[in-house]
Design a protein around this ligand. Structure first.
Ligand code: AMP
Ligand code: MN
Ligand code: MN
Ligand code: MN
Length: 277
């Protein structure tokens, strides 16, 4: 059987549309043989995902996508092969739930000032026991016809600098990496080209990330063209980082993003899964 890795996706434990069970089943249908569930700042979906993976016969790699700060910017760090019971990580995710709840209240207040009431109740209901994210606000704004799609919700209200943006202090990158490595996992810089950093800033970031114990970088994510893959692969080579691949799947409405639908990792890149036990 051909191995197919997808090491980045989301369930209802954060801003994904599918339950962990549905997600694992869909990954299996798409031919994925190893799946990492990497919800935003939570490991709560992992138990259910593992149960389903065992019955389905797919390998589940326990993961997380941590929101972090470095030089006052926000970066996402994926942890792969983590022990979710590692106490500092478990405490951190517990605290992050409160951080996200408080942030949601502030975002809702800003929307109220824009004469858009009811957001907090709506996102809280939609997220259920899961993490509340800006995606939930985007869904709410669309359902109330304030915007016609997710992107517009970010462009008009939720993105940095827009009227309902709330700046949040996440964990410092070095600390977040230490939670991952302490939990026995491999830290991977998520979607490196999405931060729009100059080459010089990228160099500073990757130097700091490596010094903190980071070992991987996503070289293949959805919707990357050949040039972008080459740029990401160059960073992996230059900074001696292993390459990861993941769809960042959230839901089935975006036809360009599907579990396991990924270009192969370039031959000269060391696959991150070789670092996983
Ligand atoms: P949060 O972690 O709560 O700030 O929410 C971040 C999530 O919102 C990301 O993981 C994406 O799923 C989504 N997101 C962020 N920026 C955008 C954007 N410009 N367009 C659509 N979705 C976005
Ligand atoms: Mn998301
Ligand atoms: Mn991300
Ligand atoms: Mn993600």
């Amino acid at each position: 059987m051909t191995e197919l890795y997808d090491l980045h996706c989301h369930s209802t434990a954060s801003d994904g549309a599918l339950s962990p069970t549905e997600l694992v089943q869909r990954a299996h249908q798409q031919g994925v043989t190893s799946l990492a569930l990497t919800d935003h700042d939570t490991t709560n979906g992992l138990v259910e995902a593992q149960l389903c993976a065992t019955t389905t016969g797919i390998r589940l790699i326990p993961g997380i996508e941590l929101s972090t700060n470095w030089q006052d910017k926000c970066f996402h760090i994926v942890g792969l092969g983590i022990d979710p019971d590692y106490l500092p990580l478990a405490e951190a995710t517990h605290n992050l739930q409160a951080t996200r709840l408080e942030r949601a209240e502030k975002i809702a207040l800003k929307l109220e000032k824009k004469r858009i009431p009811g957001a907090f109740e709506a996102v809280k209901k939609a997220a259920g026991k899961g993490m509340i994210t800006r995606s939930h606000f985007a869904d709410f704004l669309r359902s109330q016809n304030h915007v016609s799609n997710q992107q517009e919700a970010f462009d008009r209200y939720l993105a940095k600098g827009k009227s309902a943006y709330v700046s949040t202090s996440w964990a410092e990158l070095e600390l977040a990496v230490s939670w991952i490595t302490g939990a026995g996992g491999v830290a991977v810089l998520a979607h490196p080209l999405r931060y729009k950093l100059t080459a010089n800033w990228m160099k500073r970031l990757l130097t700091a990330f490596k010094e903190a114990g980071g070992q991987g970088i996503e070289v293949i994510t959805s919707r990357m063209n050949a040039d972008e893959i080459r740029i990401a692969a160059d960073y992996a080579t230059r900074f001696e980082l292993a390459g990861s691949m993941g769809s960042d799947f959230h839901n089935a409405t975006n036809q360009w993003v599907e579990l396991g639908r990924l270009a192969p990792l370039p031959n000269n890149i060391k696959p991150v899964w070789e670092l996983l036990g």
